[in-house]
Design a protein around this ligand. Structure first.
Ligand code: HEM
Ligand SMILES: [Ca+2]
Ligand SMILES: [Ca+2]
Length: 331
């Protein structure tokens, strides 16, 4: 009798233990990012994104540049939750309209990617994962490193326009305040210096530059480079609606390489912050190492992009999977 009770007890507790473990594994699995999260729910998801990013790149090369900037502007504001993609409607104030988002472009092509996904797997792949994976694929199109990105992010149901200017540094901020902002989301100095290497592609509008040129020229700017910048931005008060800009990196403007670091060492940094990274004793050693070694830059860039993309994700039952990345779902 006692043996039977004992056996019965151990069998049922074993079953109980197994079920608890399964539930635990299931819930942990659901609430964390993982590689190939859509393997069962939408097996072609990553391939569809890659195909669309590649097609868009061949039509409009600068879409790839935009996907890289989108990753930064979305993930550093709360998390990679596609809060950036929401448009102003029904009480939502779009993050895109903030002064910090000046010059952001190509949002309409996010829809091209989302539409292709919705056709194959409706309401399955989050806009947040589109932000992350399009950046991963955009980085590759621009000659940058391969990043092993996890998926399973969910979309926010609100915009964070109200905290945006506390979340995204300004181009005139000090090196130490920028470092501490990145530190607060788990990105160290080396990683922060690597991420700024994204300014090896793309452009800066004159409104973000003229204070370095007029009324007096910032003495840290190389004189020949200053001539180029003044040619691109001939007046101290550029019309914000005119598309007046200078290239981030004149050498290889569409390649994500270490020219950004070579440029700042040669006093050809575009933003005040870019240039200051080359004189601050905390960042200069990394700038020098990255300028000397593109592979090292790429390794650090890939590491830091991963940290940025995994900061504070919205997972499990939180948030939603938006149908249209521009709007929260109406229930
Ligand atoms: C403290 C950090 C940063 C500041 C203050 C900053 C600021 C800026 C500014 C002012 C522009 C020019 C916008 C314009 O006039 O059109 C710009 C462009 C850009 N930024 Fe940053 N940025 C920072 C970090 C990053 C990071 C971490 C990334 C990506 C990993 C990034 C990617 C880009 C890209 C790709 C562009 C070019 C966009 C285009 O050509 O459309 N930036 N950034
Ligand atoms: Ca966000
Ligand atoms: Ca470049």
């Amino acid at each position: 009798m006692s043996t039977t009770t004992y056996t019965h007890f151990t069998t049922s507790s074993l079953v109980f233990l197994l079920i608890s473990l399964l539930i635990l594994k299931f819930s942990v699995g659901k609430s964390e990012l993982q590689l190939n999260y859509y393997a069962e729910s939408c097996p072609n998801a990553e391939e569809i994104i890659r195909t669309e990013v590649t097609k868009l790149y061949h039509k409009h090369g600068n879409t790839a540049v935009s996907w890289v900037r989108n990753l930064f502007h979305d993930c550093i504001v709360k998390s990679c939750d596609a809060s950036l993609l929401l448009e102003t409607v029904n009480g939502i104030e779009s993050e895109q309209e903030s002064e910090r988002s000046f010059g952001m472009r190509n949002f309409k092509y996010v829809k091209t990617i989302k539409d292709a996904l919705e056709k194959e797997c409706p309401l399955t792949v989050s806009c947040a994962d589109i932000v992350a994976l399009s950046a991963r694929d955009g980085i590759l199109m621009l000659g940058g490193p391969k990043v092993e990105m996890k998926t399973g992010r969910r979309d926010s149901t609100e915009s964070y326009a109200a905290i945006l200017s506390d979340s995204i540094p300004n181009h005139n901020d000090s090196v130490s305040s920028v470092l501490s902002r990145f530190q607060s989301i788990g990105i160290d100095t080396e990683g922060t210096v690597a991420l700024l290497g994204a300014h090896s592609v793309g452009r800066v509008h004159c409104v973000n530059l003229v204070h370095r040129l007029y009324p007096t020229l910032d003495p840290t700017i190389d004189p020949d480079y200053a001539k180029y910048l003044k040619g691109r931005c001939p007046t101290p008060h550029p019309d914000p609606n005119a598309v007046l800009y200078a290239r981030n990196d004149r050498e290889t403007p569409m390649i994500l390489d270490n020219f950004y670091y070579k440029n700042v060492l040669n006093h050809k940094g575009l933003l005040k912050l870019d240039q200051e990274l080359a004189s601050d004793p905390l960042t200069l050693p990394f700038i020098q190492k990255m300028a000397a070694d593109n592979t090292y830059f790429h390794d650090q860039f890939a590491r830091a992009v991963l940290l940025l993309s995994e900061s504070n994700p919205l997972t499990g039952e939180n948030g939603e999977i938006r149908k249209d990345c521009r709007y929260v779902n109406r229930n």
